[in-house]
Design a protein around this ligand. Sequence first.
Ligand code: SAH
Ligand code: SF4
Length: 346
Amino acid sequence: MPSRYDLDRDALADLLDGEPRYRVDQVWDGLYRQLAQPAELTTLPKALRSRLDDELPAALAPVAESTDRHGDTVKWLFELDDGARVETVLMHYRDRTTVCVSSQAGCAMGCGFCATGQAGFRRQMTTGEIVEQVVRAARRARDDGRRLGNVVFMGMGEPLANYDRVWPAVERLHGDLGLSARHLTLSTVGLVPAIRRLAGEDLPVNLAVSLHAANDGLRDELVPVNRRYPLSVLMGACADYLRAKGRRLSFEWALIDGTNDRPADARELAELARTLPLPAHVNLIPLNPTPGYATRGTPRDGVERFRHQLGDLGVNATVRRNRGTDIDAACGQLAARVDLRARPAS
Ligand code: SAH
Ligand code: SF4
């Protein structure tokens, strides 16, 4: 049975066949504008409400929820109908509220430093499962007196390896939840054919490319898919994306102690960035520790040094705070540690 955010409007109309036409709008409005559960739609007759509750089940069952000390980061572990688990993180910043969503249960790309990669691939998430993460986060944001404005596809999975379900989700977030495409960011390990496909879409979403290394030798090791789409090919696709969209492109760089945080790494990165038609922005994230990877993240002073060096070389870089490291709110880590830390969801 499709879940409540898997249905498109036509499918909902089919489900409501025999009801007055305006019911479709009422239910759609309830799901996407009011962020309501069918049972809460008091404008509907009671019998219809309970029928919809049965026939439009939620896709995500909260298994655990954790909140950081200040209440500005909330992380959920959700179970899908087949028992697979994914995570979603809501982050309130001073000036904006962002949700980080998963796009696959697990991931097949095999990046050794990533907890999701270490666990392997389980299955694609459906469009409804992806959208429902955003709806639940938007509800929580509203309860917290905030408005959810940004979505980043940086949870579990490789969004561009699930293009056919991720893109309809993006369209739903934009068209039905009313989020601006400019506030939606797809993060990719560098799947070149999918980047090219994305360049042909109408909605100008942001693209983040997880680079981590600017020479093929090191990138082959850190990001195995680099053997298939080496840097020259990837940069070609990034350049074409920039020309097609004129959107900002960002490079993600997880700083790994002694591995990709040396002066030579900064120089290589700056050189690579210079090959693009528009300046790229670099996001630096000290590597989060994961159970299956021995090397640690770059210490704080090394992170600052790397950032300064990039700046001197003309590359804009921001250090991303490790949001919610205290609640394992990063990259597959709640699923890995839920038994140890998280409390049951209410
Ligand atoms: N598969 C996509 C999106 C999900 S991963 C991608 O790889 O881009 C989201 C981001 O988290 C990526 O930039 C990824 O490289 C980074 N990441 C994964 N494991 C990490 C870790 N242990 N520490 C810091 N960043 C990590
Ligand atoms: Fe997959 Fe991204 Fe993790 Fe690599 S970093 S294994 S692509 S989720």
